[in-house]
Ligand binder design. Structure first.
Ligand code: SF4
Length: 307
């Protein structure tokens, strides 16, 4: 673990893996989600807005290659980047017929792309897709990261927010992905209503025991015209304080295996159409405050890790 921050940062993980920083370029596909289109549910997760869980993406109407070129050109120039990860970010990027899935994955075959990061629900990853990705990795020598939304290990909370899957689906997907030697980045929302510190400790313990490679932590943000948005406007939903969020992140990190890279301690969130975003504080300030508290208290990732 790098000594610069008291956790294993994603940048250090990338440096070890690729020799330099790899920039994620978001690719938006014209897909939806089984929890929105009626095959599993209609309203989606209680926090999910119309555009799905991703934002900052180009229109999904643009061909994938065009999105890729545009983003590589912009990010490449801005940061002097050479290597990129094609990040299929929005909605459920495995929810489509196999022939479409193959076509999208093949559209990003390019020497500058060293990794595919595919965001999806844990209950929506087929063995056929995973077998294909295993071969894709072998033939094209690209790293494959499945970005799985777990959100919390508390299956009562998952049920309450209409997630449509429980903890077992995540464990099952993780096992099947690992059998193919692909990587997993688990997404976690640290402060879902109803969750307590203990739920995040358990989530951290489970992710450590399952040996996922990466985690990405988010604070819940509330968008207009969502179920949670309506609850928030009617005063039926309260959000823990920034200090409580930071304390919970630190507990999570202390229980997390030091082998797991941390992509983020808090996500960026859209301001437009939002009712609550990151306590009106920039994400990097919240991150810096967490790091300062950890240093002050000699807290570090893995300090209480059991797995
Ligand atoms: S799984 Fe993702 S895209 Fe689907 S409803 Fe939930 S947050 Fe939205």
């Amino acid at each position: 673990m790098k000594a610069t921050v008291p956790y294993y940062p994603y940048a250090a993980y990338q440096k070890e893996k690729y020799g330099e920083k790899v920039y994620k370029i978001p690719i938006s596909l014209p897909v939806t989600c089984p929890n929105r289109d009626g095959s599993m549910g209609i309203n989606g997760c209680d926090f999910c807005a119309e555009e799905g869980a991703g934002f900052e993406t180009l229109s999904s109407k643009k061909p994938v290659k065009e999105q890729m070129e545009e983003n590589i050109s912009y990010i490449g120039k801005r940061y002097g980047a050479n290597k990129f990860s094609a990040y299929f970010q929005n909605y459920t990027n495995t929810y489509m017929p196999m022939k479409d899935f193959k076509q999208y994955m093949e559209a990003v075959l390019d020497d500058r792309i060293v990794e595919l990061a595919i965001s999806t629900r844990p209950d929506c990853v087929s063995d056929e897709q995973l077998d294909y990705l295993k071969e894709y990795k072998r033939i094209h020598r690209k790293n494959i990261v499945m970005e799985l939304g777990l959100q919390t290990a508390n299956y009562h909370t998952l049920s309450r927010i209409n997630r449509g899957h429980g903890l077992a689906a995540f464990i099952d997907a993780t096992n099947r992905i690992k059998q193919r030697d692909l990587e997993i980045c688990a997404h976690v929302i640290v402060n879902l209503p109803g969750d307590e510190d203990l739920d995040m400790i358990e989530t951290s313990d489970i992710l450590s025991a399952l040996k996922v490679e990466q985690v990405k932590l988010h604070a819940l943000y509330i968008m207009k015209n969502t179920i949670m948005g309506n609850q928030f406007e009617q005063g039926e939903l309260s959000i823990i304080s920034k200090a409580a969020y930071q304390r919970r992140v630190i507990l999570f990190l202390m229980h997390l295996s030091p082998e797991i890279a941390v992509q983020r301690l808090i996500g960026r969130a859209p301001k437009e159409n939002s009712l609550f975003v990151n306590w009106n504080t920039s994400w990097w300030k919240i991150r810096d405050e967490i790091i300062a508290i950890m240093r002050q208290e000699n807290a570090y990732q893995g300090k209480r890790a059991k797995f």
